[in-house]
Design a protein around this ligand. Structure first.
Ligand SMILES: *[C@@H]1O[C@H](CO)[C@@H](O)[C@H](O)[C@H]1NC(C)=O
Ligand SMILES: *[C@@H]1O[C@H](CO)[C@@H](O)[C@H](O)[C@H]1NC(C)=O
Ligand SMILES: *[C@@H]1O[C@H](CO)[C@@H](O)[C@H](O)[C@H]1NC(C)=O
Ligand SMILES: *[C@@H]1O[C@H](CO)[C@@H](O)[C@H](O)[C@H]1NC(C)=O
Length: 783
């Protein structure tokens, strides 16, 4: 191959590690005909070539791949023909440069060790032939990560450059999927390559606005130093929103949004924003040190510092793409928000990392919102009353160029180097709540593509634009615990696009975040609406009652909250709250929630009644009272005379009619409960649709006006005592709690059947003047 000897002048080698001066550089793109290479890499290397033409270096470029040369060569040349010059290069010159570039580029099959040995031999022959020294070899591995270790080994054993020349091996994410796999991959690579030879790409670090974060902080330190701390920062948001769905499902489903963009891009930006400003911005060592210091000061992320979501169509896409059956469930999040609270300097400042697919707009930015204590009485248009913020706008969104925006109520930033310019002519747009004219805006004088930037940094040996092993492992160290803690978390399902409305709004409470709306999401076809608008945020209807539906945990939270509201209202009005609780395992999560989170529940003014009881001594495990005592009563401060177990055990006999237990309980209710109307009755429903201890086929309606009756169950123990429909339907509020996938079929049936309490006892629950609310979790509702 012909090497074009270029005139040596003005070598811009000031950032180069090697002090040897110019020489020959071999660039090898492994995966040279793949998508990334086609879209970005060859263009990036052409740009490098154009910029280096007069540096004194000479180049050869190799596209490597598994296919034989005769097949892949035409493919490569199609890609190469598409490269273009920047605007400042004349057409003739561009044509000349392209022609040279094409002549310097060649496809090589790189499959076996021999192929790598042949490549090395070829490079050495050329060096000898042209009598030039070697400056270095750059391998860009644009291949799946599982191939890294093998290729790195082949490079080490067969393709290292001649003595004194550099070796740089560029790697693309993913770098593992958790701390352990990242450690394994790093140690495999470490046996073939030295740390300084590895360049792990995070293409966000090539974005001009991201690369400008530290210089901006340094240039404006006089303004920023006093306010870049917890006393002045309200919160930090690092946001990457996408409108598209997932493209490579087989990859994505293993990774999800946190591994895909948060562990890397958003985390890197977070460290740039929060790290101590390095004294020397060119020192990769100092930058790495400061980054690591931020990582080590992060508090361990826990489950309640994250919320996750998944767009509605994702599950079906996965089923289709991965040939899964209709009952295949994926919990992979396609949306997530995480709050970190880091070191003392930013203690209690929420730092939100937010990203998702199928959101309302495509945009990437980091925003530092400052506290504003100015309150404008009259002129609400005054800039002083408006948000005080700095926005690093990476791209897309309403603003169609990358920019750094500083609200005018903060300070006027310096624009120092000629690479950035101030924008004063504005379109009529708003950015994050402020009209563009309320900002000082600066933008790169010339927009450059991230990969081209990074390729020039690799060539210059600027390590701080890349992810070092320590940085990588520290980041996985932060993310791995939260990834394992949410592994079984059911993501909130969101419809996608504008229809998401406020479904994904979040609330930050101290160090925790949660979704702001507890409102229910159900699909309309579940309640017989039109299918055109399948998702709506709504309080649904189920049978004749109202319905709340959510994932189990949220559902229980909601029920507990509603119960407390009812209790407080009753106590406010009449000084007492009468609550009737059912047995079984379904309410245990509710009891747990009540004891752990509802410390202001007015237990001392609450009377606890039983909905039903099994005819066993109250001390036995099977007894509903025993379970209620164990899971609720013993954990709360309630007067013992406010507790009303059912008298199933009288005269040392269990549930004997003539002992009159049912009547006793009824009298107690009549005596204590105004109008015999409980304030709140909690019911469950069994697989056979029984509720309380009212079972199908047992004339459940035949109890007349009695409030309490002995009943028969098909299950052991057969004898029961139960509130009747008369008692239940007098209540002010009745809650029917249904949870678990096992109840899905029942719920589907119940949504269709007419009222028929003999066959479907639960359909007899119809409060005369009270309110019935169904609490049905997604598993039971959607299956
Ligand atoms: C590269 O390979 C040589 C043997 O060929 C081995 O001694 C060395 O440890 C390997 N790794 C590095 C980083 O040089
Ligand atoms: C800053 O760091 C670079 C790279 O390590 C080094 O070459 C330069 O001398 C340093 N400058 C100062 C002022 O220390
Ligand atoms: C799914 O099935 C199709 C056709 O049967 C097949 O071509 C495809 O490779 C399969 N995909 C996976 C991920 O198994
Ligand atoms: C009892 O209920 C009746 C009718 O609902 C109501 O008017 C009255 O105020 C209640 N009494 C007490 C003590 O709450």
């Amino acid at each position: 191959m012909l090497l074009v000897a270029l005139c040596a002048q003005g070598a811009d080698g000031k950032e180069r590690e090697d002090a040897r001066g110019p020489g020959h550089v071999s660039v090898v793109i492994v995966g040279g005909t793949g998508d990334l290479a086609k879209k970005y890499l060859w263009q990036g290397f052409f740009t490098l070539y154009v910029n280096q033409v007069s540096s004194g270096n000479t180049f050869s470029f190799y596209g490597g791949g598994l296919s034989p040369a005769d097949k892949a060569t035409p493919v490569l040349f199609e890609i190469l023909k598409a490269v273009s010059c920047s605007k400042d290069v004349s057409q003739e010159r561009c044509a000349l440069l392209k022609e040279q570039f094409l002549r310097l580029s060649k496809y090589r099959q790189l499959k076996t060790t021999e192929h790598y040995q042949d490549l090395a031999k070829h490079i050495e022959q050329e060096l000898q032939h042209e009598a030039i020294t070697e400056a270095g070899r750059l391998f860009y591995l644009s291949v799946p990560a599982f191939a890294y270790a093998d290729i790195a080994d082949k490079i080490n054993t067969s393709c290292r450059p001649t003595a004194g020349a550099w070796l740089r091996v560029v790697l693309e994410k993913p770098f593992g999927h958790d701390l352990r796999s990242a450690q394994i991959l790093s140690s495999q690579l470490g046996s073939s390559l030295r740390e300084e030879e590895m360049y792990r790409i995070d293409h966000y670090l090539g974005k001009q606005v991201v690369a400008k974060i530290l210089p901006f902080r340094a240039d404006n330190s006089k303004f920023l130093d006093p306010i870049w701390n917890k006393r002045h920062i309200e919160r930090v948001e690092i946001v990457l929103k996408e409108t598209l769905d997932v493209k490579r499902i087989s990859f994505y489903d293993e990774y999800g949004v946190i591994r895909d963009v948060m562990q890397n891009h958003l985390t890197e930006i977070m460290t740039l924003l929060t790290m101590r400003l390095p004294r020397n911005l060119s020192s990769s060592e100092e930058i790495l040190r400061n980054k690591l210091q931020i990582f080590s000061s992060l508090l361990p992320l826990r489950k309640n510092q994250a919320v996750v979501g998944q767009y509605q169509a994702y599950k079906a896409e996965v089923q289709q793409e991965l040939n899964k059956t209709k009952d295949h469930v994926t919990l992979t999040p396609t949306f997530a928000v995480l709050a970190h609270i880091s070191e003392a300097h930013y203690e209690d400042v929420p730092i939100l990392l937010i990203s998702g697919k199928m959101l309302d707009e495509r945009v990437g930015y980091a925003r530092i919102l400052f506290k504003n204590d100015v309150f404008c009485l009259e002129s609400h248009n005054s800039i002083h009353c408006k948000p005080k913020q700095i926005v690093f706008h990476f791209g897309h969104g309403t603003l169609n160029y990358p920019a750094i925006l500083v609200s005018k109520n903060l300070f006027k930033p310096t624009v120092r180097d000629g690479e950035w310019k101030e924008v004063t002519e504005h379109q009529d747009v708003s950015v994050l709540g402020l009209h563009i004219s309320d900002y000082y805006v600066q933008t790169p004088a010339e927009q450059r593509e991230a990969y081209s930037e990074l390729i020039s940094h690799i060539f210059a040996g600027r390590k701080n634009s890349f992810i070092s092993t320590e940085d990588l492992l520290a980041s996985w160290g932060v993310w791995t615990p939260v990834l394992s803690s949410i592994i079984t978390t059911l993501p909130r399902i969101y419809p996608g696009g504008a229809e998401n409305e406020n479904l994904l709004d979040i609330r930050v409470k101290g160090k925790e975040i949660d979704y702001y709306t507890e409102v229910v999401v159900i699909s309309n076809d579940q309640v017989g609406g039109s299918s055109a608008n399948r998702f709506q945020v709504m309080q649904g209807k189920f049978r004749s009652g109202d319905m709340v539906s959510a994932w189990a945990e949220e559902l229980v939270e909601r029920l507990a909250a509603n119960m407390q509201e009812a209790a407080q209202a009753a106590v406010r009005e009449g000084g007492v709250f009468h609550l009737a609780l059912s047995g079984g395992s379904t309410p245990l999560a509710l009891f747990h929630r009540l004891t752990q989170h509802h410390f202001s529940f007015p237990w001392t003014d609450t009377h606890v009644w039983m909905v039903d009881e099994r005819c066993v001594p109250l001390t036995e495990l099977e007894s509903n009272f025993h379970s209620l005592h164990k899971h609720l009563l013993q954990h709360i401060r309630i007067p013992y005379y406010n507790i009303h177990p059912m008298p199933v055990h009288i005269n040392q006999r269990l549930c004997v009619e003539e002992d009159g237990g049912a009547l006793l309980y009824e009298r107690e209710i009549n005596k204590l409960v105004n109008g015999s109307s409980f304030h709140f009755v909690l019911l469950g429903v069994g697989y056979d649709s029984h509720t309380a201890s009212l079972f199908p086929g047992s004339k459940v309606d035949g109890h007349g006006v009695s409030l309490v009756a002995f009943t028969e169950s098909p299950h052991k123990p057969h004898q029961r005592m139960s509130l009747t429909f008369s008692a239940i339907n007098r209540a002010h509020r009745v809650a029917l709690l249904v949870m678990g996938r096992g109840k899905h079929e029942l719920i589907t049936q119940l949504s269709r059947v007419k009222d028929n309490p003999d066959k479907w006892p639960v359909t007899g629950v119809k409060p005369a003047s009270g309110r019935l609310m169904w609490y049905i979790d997604y598993d039971a509702l959607l299956g």
